[in-house]
Design a protein around this ligand. Structure first.
Ligand code: MSP
Length: 468
């Protein structure tokens, strides 16, 4: 008997100082495409996402909203969870770092690191950026002494807290990187990580004496565990425990936390390391960085209401290669929608349905377990979303050409049997295309299946009505 493969995949867990924007949706939809793909391959797939709630940002946002922390976090958590539901995300668990199950795992983990002698008390003095939830160096700041990403002045912190011996793991990490050359993808990001570790690791402070919101350190409950130390452990708190993860999907901004600190923490606590980390690029909106103050944080639900979930999915992963940076614009969205979805896929499906209807052709059976062409499969195994989509659209164009060439409407006049055979062949191609749409455009794939598996195929309203 062949053993069923497990596939455990995670997204970043998001801060809840605000509602989700399109950048967060990008990571979550990418994970959803992969989760659906691995389920289609017959793998026992587990897709975890959730929220990072024990941050100072949460405290500040709750204060601003005038709500108490509990009400604020519960309200925001509902918004995030509902957003993913509206976008058709198929996560298997939704972790919140304020949940008891997570707190327990974090406390046990911290205890293991303590027992291993990797935590010591020391004095910390430095510049803390709440936006980053990390200490910054003078050299990280702009000429006015501000954090260049958050445009805020970091706080000067001086306190006694507990440090994690990150430096102890430098050689072990470098050895692991060498033995696992695909641990971080794209390779360019991995090279940056290796260079950073080679340049020398310093111990990091992993508790906060001055904060109250967070998980108490088991050795000194007056201090709370550093939010990043706490948040990374979410990957272990999922139920059932499936560790190690096959893939952590993250944005490139947080590569070091995942590729350096997290593996060192795991080595210290005695857990195996995750198999792979993929750090995707960032996109701008109309050429500008997404930021709250600029008010250009686009609501993914709004786009899905205007264009549909599948159009958003197609657009996000068709615009630029996964791993690269790119740009989002409404003009491009409309352009791509009209050319690739309305005129491309939508038009092909309508044409074939109309031809089938004119010849009174019966519907066909769709395979229970899709075969998925190997070229497409390889692209998705390598997280080449754009290339996978191009492969499918290549098939769409090819089928369109076949219609032009075989001209079934002319054949129907002289040789109805030949016309039927030609259209049946086109229907087979639609079935093949449909299989390949299952993970990218699941709602559309379902509609096409419904339309082409009826007793008699009928034409229907366009899948993607053109936008003027
Ligand atoms: N809470 C931490 C992560 C802890 S993981 C153990 C965090 N949260 S966040 O809310 O700031 O989310 C950051 C993530 O959102 C990025 O890593 C990326 O996945 C996604 N994105 C946010 N803005 C983005 C873009 N403009 N473009 C693409 N992805 C973006 O960091």
């Amino acid at each position: 008997m062949t053993k069923i493969k497990n596939f455990f995949l995670t997204t970043t867990i998001y801060y809840i100082n605000d509602v989700p924007h399109i950048g967060h949706a990008y990571t979550t939809i990418a994970a959803d495409i992969l989760a659906r793909f691995h389920r289609l391959l017959g793998e026992k797939t587990f897709f975890l996402t959730g929220l990072d709630e024990n941050s100072q940002k949460t405290v500040l946002a709750a204060e601003k909203s005038g709500q108490d922390l509990r009400t604020y976090t519960d309200d925001l958590a509902k918004i995030w969870e509902t957003t993913w539901k509206k976008l058709g995300i198929t996560n298997d668990d939704f972790i919140r770092t304020t949940q008891v199950r997570h707190k327990k795992v974090v406390t046990d983990f911290f205890q293991k690191v303590l027992d291993n002698g990797d935590v010591y008390k020391s004095k910390y003095e430095g510049l803390y950026c709440v936006g980053h939830e990390a200490f910054l160096k003078e050299s990280d700041l702009d000429e006015n002494g501000f954090c260049p990403d958050h445009k805020t002045k970091p706080e000067q912190i001086a306190e006694e807290n507990y440090f994690f011996r990150l430096s102890k793991y430098q050689e072990q990490l470098l050895k692991f990187y060498k033995e696992n050359p695909d641990f971080v993808l794209p390779h360019q990001r991995f090279n940056e990580v290796v260079k950073f570790v080679e340049s020398g690791l310093q111990d990091i402070s992993v508790t906060r004496a001055s904060q109250k919101w967070g998980i108490p350190a088991p050795n000194d409950p007056k201090q709370v565990i550093y939010v990043w130390f706490d948040a990374l452990i979410n990957y272990l708190s999922a139920e059932p425990p499936l560790w190690p993860a096959d893939l952590h999907l993250i944005g490139k901004d947080i590569t070091r936390f995942h590729a350096v600190i997290w593996p060192a923490m795991l080595l210290s606590a005695g857990y195996p390391l995750p198999k792979q980390i993929f750090a995707h690029g960032f996109f701008t909106v109309d050429g500008t960085k997404i930021s709250k103050s600029l008010g250009n944080a686009i609501d993914p639900v709004k786009i899905s209401q205007d264009y549909g979930n599948d159009s958003l999915r197609y657009f996000l992963f068709h615009e630029f290669p996964f791993g690269n940076d790119g740009d989002f614009s409404f003009d491009r969205l409309k352009e791509v929608y009209n050319s690739d979805l309305a005129n491309g896929l939508g038009n092909l499906v309508s044409r074939v349905a109309r031809l089938a209807e004119n010849l009174s052709l019966p519907g066909v059976e769709f395979p229970e377990k899709p075969l998925l062409d190997s070229a497409f499969r390889i692209h998705l195994e390598n997280l080449e979303f754009l290339e996978a989509l191009e492969y499918v659209w290549g098939k769409i164009r090819k089928t369109d050409k076949e219609i032009e060439k075989s001209k079934p409407w002319e054949l129907a006049k002289e040789n109805p049997e030949k016309a039927k055979a030609a259209v049946e062949n086109l229907i087979r191609q639609i079935v093949e295309i449909d299989e390949l749409l299952l993970c990218f455009l699941p709602e559309t794939a379902e509609k096409i299946k419904d339309q082409f598996s009826q007793d008699k195929i009928k034409s229907s309203a366009p899948l993607f009505p053109r936008r003027g």
